[in-house]
Design a binder for this molecule. Structure first.
Ligand SMILES: [Mg+2]
Length: 126
C-alpha cells in the first residue's frame, strides 16, 4: 500500500520485542517511508540526535533501559518538530494521563492493525 503522505517520510520505530518490530516494519515498508529502528528509550534519543529530519516516532511504552514515557519527555526537550505516537498494550487503563503529559501527540493500542496504523500516521503528517 503505497502512500503519498508517507512516502520518503522518516519514521522511527521504537520497539524492544523483535517480532513486533518486524511486524511494524513489514506493514510500513510498503508505504515508501524511510524506516529507522531503536530497541530502547536511550537508543531512540540517540537516533533522534544522530539522524536529522525524523518526522514521526512510533514509541512503545514498555522498553528496557529507559521507558517510553521518559524517552518521549527527553525527546520533547530537544525541541524538534516531530510527532510522537505511543504504542500501548494498556488501552485506556490509567496510562492515558501519563501518555498525554509525557509529550505524546497520540497513541495506538496494541494489537496494531495495518490499516489503522497507516491511517493514523497519515493523519498525523497531514
Ligand atoms: Mg515493549
Amino acid at each position: 500500500m503505497n502512500s503519498e503522505l508517507l512516502k520518503d517520510k522518516k519514521i522511527l520505530i521504537v520497539e524492544d520485542d523483535l517480532s513486533s518490530r518486524l511486524y511494524l516494519n513489514k506493514i510500513l515498508e510498503r508505504t515508501g517511508a524511510i524506516l529507522l529502528n531503536a530497541g530502547d528509550g536511550i537508543e531512540a534519543i540517540e537516533m533522534v540526535t544522530d539522524v536529522p529530519g525524523i518526522n514521526v516516532i512510533l514509541m512503545d511504552i514498555q522498553l528496557p533501559v529507559m521507558d517510553g514515557y521518559t524517552s518521549a519527555k527527553k525527546i520533547r526537550e530537544l525541541g524538534l518538530d516531530l510527532k510522537i505516537i505511543a504504542q500501548t498494550a494498556y488501552g485506556l487503563s490509567g496510562d492515558m494521563e501519563n501518555i498525554l503529559t509525557s509529550g505524546f501527540d497520540d497513541y495506538i493500542v496494541k494489537p496494531i492493525y495495518s490499516g489503522q496504523l497507516i491511517e493514523m500516521l497519515e493523519s498525523c503528517l497531514r
